[in-house]
Design a protein around this ligand. Structure first.
Ligand SMILES: Nc1ncnc2c1ncn2[C@@H]1O[C@H](COP(=O)(O)OP(=O)(O)OP(=O)(O)O)[C@@H](O)[C@H]1O
Length: 276
């Protein structure tokens, strides 16, 4: 169950539905205890969580790589089953973008970005055609034949994101994709992601430690404070779109951030104060 600070009248179908999820690697340290939350189709949801809380484990559960010890996970109407035919069908329905790009150093931008499509059985020629079509939108025009070491960190993350968008079905899991970037690149990547998302409206679950990033990008922020994660606090972000980095200076943003810090408690407010 999640505790909503703003009621939602959203009627879009559910893209992801987690109900009563329970999981522990060992009994003395449960990671999830009866956790429930949903994401609607086309929604951008951030999960604001400290390190070590179990986000990688959550992603593995959502992708059907681990079996819940209690509760259920549904992608659309279909239950995630960690084995058998259902899992094979589902494995293409989730796209995953890790913290650091996992591009293959010997492959060109074109071939790296086409990899997700190739793995889902699309012939190489067709996969490359689809990548070429999207390169300008992703700010990667003219980089087709470059190798990853010839690109900046931001460009590498864009290639990685392009691969996830092309290869990964209806739900994209983004695992702190900008945390390794310097502050300026990070801001331009956030603005870029806002633009891309507004064009594609993919369903996104975005993990971050950064309150500004979560509020700037999302429709809704879920807050996981401590292990085991059980009831997540929830904040609806009703800021108008399109948003740009300037949005963080608006009074309505500052008000919302104050609300978020209140939800997160004193510890987060102290850390936030220390980092300014
Ligand atoms: N295969 C495993 N066997 C036993 N314990 C595990 C295993 N995988 C993870 N853990 C433990 O579960 C906890 C959560 O791990 P997880 O990697 O999911 O956290 P995380 O939030 O992704 O961490 P970080 O932000 O540091 O990447 C950690 O204490 C970790 O040591």
């Amino acid at each position: 169950m999640s505790m909503a600070i703003t009621p939602s009248g959203d009627k879009r179908p559910l893209a992801l539905s987690v109900e009563g999820l329970t999981y522990a690697f060992n009994e003395s340290m449960p990671l999830f205890a009866n956790l429930s939350f949903t994401i609607r189709e086309g929604e951008f949801v951030s999960l604001l969580a400290p390190s070590g809380i179990g986000k990688t484990t959550l992603f593995r559960l959502l992708a059907g790589l681990l079996t819940p010890q209690g509760g259920s996970i549904r992608l659309g109407a279909e239950k995630v089953e960690p084995s058998g035919a259902a899992h094979r069908r589902q494995s293409g329905r989730i796209g995953y973008m890790p913290q650091r790009d996992s591009l293959m150093p010997w492959r060109s931008v074109l071939d790296n970005a086409a990899l997700g499509l190739e793995l889902s059985g699309i012939p190489r020629r067709e996969a490359r055609r689809r990548v070429r079509e999207l390169l300008p939108t992703f700010g990667l025009e003219g980089t087709e034949e470059k190798r990853p070491h010839e690109l900046s960190g931001g460009m590498r993350q864009r290639v990685s994101f392009l691969r996830s968008v092309l290869g990964g079905g209806e739900l994209l899991l983004l695992d702190e994709p900008f945390s390794a970037l310097d502050a300026m690149t990070r801001i331009s990547m956030q603005e870029w992601l806002l633009q891309i998302w507004e064009q594609h409206r993919k369903t996104i679950l975005f993990i971050t430690h950064d309150i500004d990033e979560a509020l700037l990008l999302s429709d809704r922020v879920l807050v996981a404070e401590a292990s085991p994660v059980s009831i997540m606090k929830e904040l609806a972000v009703a800021l108008p779109r399109p948003r740009t980095y300037q949005t963080v200076l608006d009074d309505s943003f500052v008000l919302l951030k104050r609300q978020a810090l209140g939800l997160l408690g004193k510890e987060a407010a102290r850390q936030e104060g220390a980092s300014r």
